[in-house]
Structures are given as C-alpha cells and as structure tokens.
Design a protein around this ligand. Sequence first.
Ligand code: TYM
Length: 345
Amino acid sequence: MTEAATTPARPRVLSGVQPTGALHLGNWLGAIRNWVDLQDSHDTFFCVVDLHAITVPHDPRRLAEDTLSTAALYLACGIDPQRSTVFVQSHVSAHSELCWLLNCVTPLNWLERMIQFREKALKQGDNVSAGLLDYPVLMAADILLYDADRVPVGEDQKQHLELARDIAQQRINARFAPDGEHPILKVPEPLILKEGARVMSLTDGTSKMSKSDPNEGSRITLLDPPEVITRKIKRAKTDPVMGLEFGNPERPEADNLLGLYALLAGRSREHAAAECASMGWGSFKPLLAEATVEALRPLQTRYLELRSDPATLQQVLRAGRERAAGVATATLERVRAALGFLERG
Ligand code: TYM
C-alpha cells in the first residue's frame, strides 16, 4: 500500500480576517498567531475576506491595497504559503454562490439575533445594508466550502461559528441528506484559545480592541512604529492602584495590559503576575511598550520585504486561488446536486 493510502488526511482549518484598515494586536493574538502552529498538523486555508469588508460603507480606493496588505501581514506573521493556501475570498466565486444557497434555507430571525449585527447596526443608524445582516451566512459559506474541521477565531466570533454549525446540520444535512449516513456538509468546530481570545481596548478595559473604534489610541496596529506604540501605551487607561494583577473585576485595565505583557514578552501568566505584582504603572508601561515593540519588530521587517516584491505576493495569491477554487467548487457542486439543481452540461 502506498503511504498516501495509509496516512489519514490531515484535519482541515479555515480562517480569515477582513481587510478593513490596519490589523491590530487583537487580530494577531486572538487569531493569526494561532494559525501559525496549526500549519504543522492541519491542512490550512487562510483567506482575506474582502467581501465581508464591504458590508459597512467602504472606500473603493483602499480596498485592493488593504487586501494586499492583509495578505502580506498573514505571511509576515508566519503563514507559510508552501504549507498553507492563502487566497482572497472574492477571487473564488463559490463563496458568493454558496452564500446564496444558504441564504435561502437560513431563517431570518437567526440572523436578527446575532450580537455583532445588532452592535454594528446600531452604529450605522439608518444606513444598514442587507449585506451586514447576511454577513454570518457568507462566513458560514467560507467555512463550509472547505469542509473545515476547525476554525481558529477570537471569542467574538463564537456566535457566528454556532450559526455555521446550525446551518450545516439543521438546514442542509438534516433536510437534504436525512439518512444521516452521507452528510453533505462537514459540521465545523470553533477553536478559541483562552489566552488572547479577547484583547481589550487600551482606553477602556471593558470593551474589545476593535478596528472600528474611532479613537486610534484604543488599539495598537501591527504596523505602528515604535514611537507610536510607546505613546499609545503611555496614554493607556490605568487606575490608582499599585501593582498589576489578573482577575480583579474592579481592574479590567490591569488584567488586559498584564495579559498583553505575558503574551508579548513570552512569559507564562504566573510568571508575568509575579514579576509585576508590586510594580507601579510608571515602571510597568515602559516594560510593556518594549515587549510590544520587540514582538512586532520581526513581523514589521518581514512585512516591508514582502511589500517590496509585489510579484511574489501576487503569485502566492494566484496559486492560493487555484487550490482554494478546486476544493470550493467540489463542495458547491455537492450542495447544488443535493438541492436538486440541473447539472451544468
Ligand atoms: P475580523 O476581521 O473582525 O477579525 C479577525 C479575527 O480577529 C479576531 N479578533 C480578536 N481577537 C481577540 N481580541 C480582539 N479584540 C479581537 N478582535 C478581532 C476575530 O475573532 C477574528 O478571529 N467574521 C470574521 C472574519 C471571517 C471569518 C470567516 C473568520 C469571515 N469569514 C471564516 C473565520 C472563518 C471576523 O471577525 O473578522
């Protein structure tokens, strides 16, 4: 028997980030950083979800550039195109097609109760697009097209993952493959690591670090230069208490910044807590700033190299699109057949 016949296929992973403005520490620590290790054990697909980026008003002059820069950041963070399929969501039309098929079986009230939709819709006032409501169905299509076993994301995506599971299980498999023996779609599992899954704002330890916060001081982006990082950390919200600690509900900023320090300096939480237990904010902040600058330095250097060679990046995305389209089209055909569509002649 050949090796291929005896070696079981590696479990599949799919994830993505929206190319809306600069990626920040939350995107890195909550998502992309965890993708890197999965490359050793999984068949990994990472897309830049540009179709999601237009669900809120966007600037057409920036979309292509932000898409390229996000792809370059994936590679700069350690995604290896030899081992992973890196592609742009809109380059594989099966995403939009499966989204439509799933739209027609997804109850409207499942979408209306999505927390992120409610939050974003509130911010948009009377300018809410149908696309914003449909955002999680497109995300379900992204995942289900690749028969993903696991989806590594931050905590805020948990509800969207549950929706993708419900659509696959209850709305497609249960209805169109009722014997249960040959499910049409694989039901994915979320992969949310405890540490870094919820990085909070620098200016309010009770709200999540987010690209859409109008205050740039609330987040550190992956391409912020050292002096900007140092300034943002210097201005970060603190409290009057001496010493850093985890888990005190009265001190969300201490918990968040100490957590960031542990992750960025490569310390265990216990080690970081012991090191900073009696440290004042005035000593802690420069320490955190230095750890952040040093953690981002190699990534920033690599990013600049990648952006100076656009042909290579384009080639990565072209190869990624071809591989992704092959897998996605096969799944789309399976769903079309199960739903009873006439075969393409
Ligand atoms: P986006 O671009 O909003 O976020 C990308 C990833 O970053 C994580 N994240 C955070 N993690 C920790 N702390 C934070 N403050 C923080 N902010 C963001 C998010 O959880 C996410 O993992 N809807 C997705 C994009 C998407 C997707 C997919 C993901 C579209 N299709 C298919 C997985 C699979 C999103 O949140 O993008």
